[in-house]
Design a protein. Structure first.
Length: 155
């Protein structure tokens, strides 16, 4: 059985009129609805990497929670055409900035939607089920922060 991969993801969130909205993006090749994510990088902590991926893939930035809000299982397609199991660890990103132009703008579509709709549209392994069970209201969150795991605004 192949070894499981690990990725760190940001779930971009905005609460509007008391209702949580999340930002989904399309994958580059298959155009499935996913969240920004990337593989571990020794230079960045997990939440900092997730924040950087959201900046590059979705053109959003904001406050990343230092602790994950959960995880789900997916399958990562390799360049060989094969796939390997992948554990995706998710960090909440409270968005306060949207760029009109960003690194992967021409490669992806992005769309804000209510959490319930995102759970139905998500097509990345267990992402839909993960979103369906979330409580994203502010009172449900931990308020602890860790300044050592933040990332300065890229470029």
């Amino acid at each position: 059985m192949p070894k499981s991969l690990k990725q760190f993801a940001a779930l971009p969130v905005s609460v509007i009129d008391g209702r949580p909205y999340v930002l989904l993006i399309t994958s580059r090749e298959t155009r499935r609805w996913i969240i920004p994510k990337g593989h571990p990088d020794r230079r960045l902590g997990a939440s900092a990497l997730a924040r950087l991926e959201a900046f590059e893939e979705a053109g959003v930035s904001g406050t990343i929670q230092p602790r994950s809000i959960g995880r789900y299982q997916s399958a990562k397609r390799l360049s060989s055409g094969k796939s390997r199991p992948c554990e995706v660890i998710v960090f909440r990103l409270d968005v306060d900035r949207h760029l009109d132009d960003w690194k992967e703008k021409g490669e992806r579509e992005r769309r804000w939607m209510p959490l319930e709709e995102a759970a139905e549209l998500a097509a990345d392994g267990g992402l839909g089920a993960f979103l369906a069970q979330l409580n994203l209201m502010p009172e449900a969150l931990a308020t602890d922060t860790n300044a050592d795991d933040t990332l300065r605004e890229p470029g």
